[in-house]
Design a protein around this ligand. Structure first.
Ligand SMILES: CC(C)(COP(=O)(O)OP(=O)(O)OC[C@H]1O[C@@H](n2cnc3c(N)ncnc32)[C@H](O)[C@@H]1OP(=O)(O)O)[C@@H](O)C(=O)NCCC(=O)NCCS
Length: 181
């Protein structure tokens, strides 16, 4: 809860950086970026994430750098049963982009999911034009599995996404060790 103002400051400063990649439910009230990123919105988001986490459907992580909140990695759509799969989303403050922060954060999260959490598969869905995000999954050795046409509602329209995935068999020694090799 203490991260509310840091989150709000980072999100508002990064409107152009994050806007083209952020999914948003169609039909929601037409609020400005600023209105959607107040400290109060952070509190509501955190409550919702914690509720979903308690129900076993999501694992929300804060990404910190030198002790400051600079981004998030969220494991969502977590399905158990015969699937044991989830999808990941991530962002970092553009002022810190290019330092390998998200690849390292994501590697830690994937290793956690494949060990303690017991998942079998993690997928990441990326817009074809999102070169930085494609580099993240490439660095971690995700396999490109397909193209989902009109997959997510982003920036006012349904956007195609490439699907990248890893299963636990792909990374017997973990993703972090492979990233560091
Ligand atoms: C995708 C993202 C999370 C990558 O995080 P990161 O911590 O910067 O990752 P890296 O340091 O490994 O950089 C990845 C690539 O970004 C590009 N990049 C690096 N610095 C950059 C900068 N200042 N501006 C734009 N792109 C940059 C490079 O292509 C880099 O690949 P390289 O290391 O082979 O040169 C980050 O760019 C981001 O938050 N983007 C906006 C939100 C987003 O797209 N989320 C994912 C939706 S699927």
């Amino acid at each position: 809860m203490r991260d509310a103002s840091a989150w709000s400051e980072a999100r508002i400063a990064n409107e152009e950086w994050l806007g083209p990649w952020e999914g948003r439910q169609p039909g929601l009230p037409d609020l400005t970026w600023q209105q959607r990123h107040t400290p109060q919105v952070f509190t509501a988001m955190l409550r919702a994430l914690r509720r979903e986490a308690k129900e076993g459907r999501c694992l929300p992580f804060a990404v910190t750098y030198d002790g400051d909140l600079v981004g998030q990695v969220t494991v969502a759509n977590l399905v158990r049963g015969a699937f044991q799969s989830a999808s990941v989303g991530y962002w970092v403050d553009g002022r810190l982009a290019g330092n390998g922060i998200v690849p390292h954060a994501l590697a830690l999260v994937v290793d956690h999911c494949f060990t303690d959490v017991g998942l079998h598969r993690i997928e990441a869905n990326v817009r074809p034009e999102n070169t930085p995000s494609r580099r993240v999954v490439e660095k971690l050795g995700f396999r490109q599995e397909g193209l989902h046409p009109r997959f997510l509602f982003i920036d006012g329209d349904w956007r195609d996404h490439l699907c990248f995935a890893l299963t636990v068999e792909d990374v017997p020694s973990g993703v972090l060790s492979r990233l560091k090799a």
